[in-house]
Design a protein around this ligand. Structure first.
Ligand code: C5P
Length: 232
């Protein structure tokens, strides 16, 4: 089975407070985006990667991967879901499979990627990598201003998961779901949310907790450490 990967990389990474979007920060001599793309091409079924890049992004064209024939650049959109939608538009075969992976997750392990792909290929409505919630979960309530919150309640963590990426679906199912969810103004923070909105039940595939999304400055050192541990 040949699989196309779509990598949304058009975010500004405001929580990182760096001089450039987080996917262009360096870890061990390479940008985060380059590590992420390398991890995807580790898998023999992934033969093409479509990257959604902001149209005023000066960094992408400077990378060697900009001239890699297996890579296609598309213009990203205002929200992550718009960027993914733009990436899907570059795929001709609606009956093929697409795997969406955050540019900011460079520590994806081949075992996880392989497990996800196998689960999705057997599924009705695709599958996502996810990690069971470890901590006790609290819902906050604003006490004063925006920042001061108290605890409203404890959220039952049974059956609660962190949604990670990659997330893998049939191209047509994801495209139609995203279109409908965006039209209806649903809150879409990952691909699975669009399918859920349409009543589908994508599968949860337990993934490694070290598949972190580099978000805050302190995540860089941690991602560097995890990358060092990866042998394949
Ligand atoms: O902001 P967040 O960390 O949730 O972003 C997840 C991924 O989505 C990042 O790789 C980011 O570059 C991408 N993104 C995008 N287009 C946007 C916003 C985010 O491709 N408009």
């Amino acid at each position: 089975e040949k699989i196309t990967a779509v990598v949304p990389a058009a975010g500004v990474g405001s929580r990182m407070a760096a001089d450039r979007p987080k996917q262009y920060l360096q870890i061990a001599g390479k940008t985060i985006l380059e590590h992420t793309i390398d991890r995807l091409f580790c898998h023999p079924a992934i033969e093409r990667v479509i990257i959604a890049i902001s149209n005023n992004d000066p960094y992408f064209e400077a990378l060697p991967l900009a001239s890699d024939p297996r890579i296609t650049r598309v213009d990203g959109g205002a929200e992550r879901a718009d960027s993914v939608f733009a990436g899907l538009a570059a795929i001709d075969d609606e009956d093929s499979w697409v795997l969406v992976h955050d540019a900011a997750r460079p520590c994806l392990q081949l075992v996880d990627l392989d497990r996800l792909i196998n689960a999705a290929l057997q599924s009705e409505s695709g599958a996502i990598l996810a990690a069971p919630v470890r901590d006790t979960m609290k819902r906050g309530v604003v006490l004063a201003g925006d920042n001061l919150q108290g605890i409203r309640e404890t959220v039952d963590r049974e059956n609660l998961w962190h949604a990670l990426t990659p997330q893998m679906f049939k191209v047509r199912q994801l495209r139609d779901s995203l279109r409908y969810a965006l039209e209806k103004g649903a809150v879409i923070t990952d691909e699975a949310s669009a399918l859920e909105f349409c009543g589908y039940v994508p599968q949860l595939v337990k993934g490694r907790a070290d598949n972190l999304k580099v978000t805050q400055p302190e995540d860089l050192a941690l991602a560097g450490f995890y990358l060092q541990q990866i042998t394949k």
